[in-house]
Design a protein around this ligand. Structure first.
Ligand SMILES: Cc1cc2nc3c(=O)[nH]c(=O)nc-3n(C[C@H](O)[C@H](O)[C@H](O)COP(=O)(O)OP(=O)(O)OC[C@H]3O[C@@H](n4cnc5c(N)ncnc54)[C@H](O)[C@@H]3O)c2cc1C
Length: 386
């Protein structure tokens, strides 16, 4: 591949080495059992990789977005699924950027050491979906505490987090000038909240991705759990979302290489009609096309990293990178499955598992149409369509 050796080779080698302890069978078994790759996440955390984006003064390694993205890429390229733990790498971004000094001092070193898991971010709601600013969960101040009421859906990794970040409305929509105002972010201590106003209901889904419906019924949290300025929660989260999209783009790039490697290997080995199937243009051209599209998507991923690392506005590049990478990995997945014929459906080849896993990224954390809307409005200057 074009990026086989690059300036990040040391990180690549280290992650590949760690991932060798967690081969295909490990992830296959976890998938079969709908389990959580606890040992894998533990090993990554102990080695310090999950603290990549936490500044050094708070016990993290203060790596760049480009470096952090290589970690995610290599996990997925090795056959693993970063989706189980990527939240630990980027959810805390909101704390780094918008947390008070006390929140940073209290939380970041514990996140860096792995003592505290903050892997969940609660935004999506069942009745409002992509129309985020209309979300209905409210947080109201009462006797020096915040009282939270409402419902969230598809909130991932709750069972594997100690804390989550929640987006709720603190000023009614009718009373704000811009609909993105009046929303605030909160830190929720899950150990204290579950059963005391927060009910969690897992959602069985296509991927082995732990995700849940959340019901808030007069959940009370301390006043100081407000994260960032009151009413500016949308902004507090947005800053972190570009990081999330860029890291997920890198995961898709890793998936794409995995699919292309597997498809190529199988195409060389599988002999039908007296010759390797990879000798047929009908088999080799789609693999070649997938590689071209993946390499192009990868360029946009580096562009997004560059923007974030240069503290420039990364909105366009991060959205484009996520779109291109998710599309390229999905196309590579389809080609890989087709190349494997019937065996593509056999769990022991891992193709069907990775196929399901990579498909998610055209819907979450932001669906393709919302990226098109963003580009149409913010880059092309077309009227907002919703
Ligand atoms: C496995 C999984 C994990 C997730 N984890 C989290 C999480 O941890 N935290 C969290 O907050 N959310 C999470 N999500 C939610 C995810 O971000 C949403 O599913 C996604 O943003 C789409 O929202 P929706 O499902 O409500 O779809 P809807 O908003 O109902 O949209 C349905 C479809 O219609 C399209 N659409 C909607 N409006 C328009 C329009 N105006 N123009 C064109 N097309 C439109 C959308 O693009 C989409 O394809 C997760 C989802 C999944 C499946």
């Amino acid at each position: 591949m074009l990026h086989e050796t690059d300036q990040y080779q040391e990180i690549r080698d280290a992650i590949r080495h760690l991932c060798q302890q967690f081969p295909d069978e490990y992830f296959r078994k976890i998938d079969e059992q709908r389990g959580y790759p606890e040992q894998f996440v533990d090993a990554l955390t102990r080695a310090g990789w999950m603290a990549a984006l936490i500044p050094q003064e708070y016990g993290g390694s203060g790596l760049t977005m480009a470096e952090a993205s290589v970690i995610m890429e290599e996990i997925n390229r090795s056959g693993g699924n970063s989706g189980a733990c990527h939240g630990q790498m980027y959810v805390m971004n909101a704390i780094v950027r918008s947390g008070s000094d006390k929140q940073k001092r209290d939380l970041l070193p514990r996140i860096a050491s792995g003592d505290l898991r903050i892997q969940s971010m609660g935004v999506t709601e069942p009745t409002t979906g992509s129309d985020t600013t209309k979300l209905k969960t409210t947080a109201t101040k009462k006797d020096g505490r915040w009282v939270i009421n409402g419902q969230k859906v598809w909130i991932s990794r709750i069972q594997h987090s100690d804390m989550m970040i929640l987006l709720a409305r603190t000023t009614p929509l009718a009373e704000v000038q811009k609909r993105s105002e009046g929303l605030s972010c909160f830190l929720i201590d899950l150990k204290e909240a579950v059963g005391q106003g927060l009910t969690v209901q897992p959602i069985l889904n296509m991927v082995n991705h732990e995700t849940n419906e959340l019901f808030f019924d007069n959940l009370e949290i301390p006043e100081e759990n407000l994260l960032g300025p009151e009413g500016k929660g949308f902004k507090t989260l947005l800053d972190g979302l570009n990081a999330e999209r860029t890291l997920i783009a890198a995961e898709c790039i890793g998936d794409g290489y995995w699919f292309i490697d597997r498809a190529t290997k199988y195409a060389k080995e599988r002999v039908v009609f007296g010759r390797p199937i990879g000798q047929n243009q009908g088999i080799q051209f789609p693999i070649a096309e997938s590689l071209i599209e993946l390499e192009a998507a990868n360029l946009m991923r580096w562009k997004a990293c560059e923007k974030i690392d240069g503290h420039e506005n990364a909105g366009a590049a991060a959205n484009m990178a996520k779109h291109l990478a998710a599309k390229a990995s999905w196309e590579a997945a389809n080609v890989c499955l087709q190349t494997h014929g019937g065996f593509g459906f056999a769990c022991e080849y891992d193709v069907e598992r990775k196929f399901r896993e990579t498909r998610l990224y055209q819907v979450a954390p932001i669906s393709t149409n919302m990226i098109f809307s963003y580009v149409a409005e913010h880059i092309l200057g077309l009227p907002k369509s919703y």
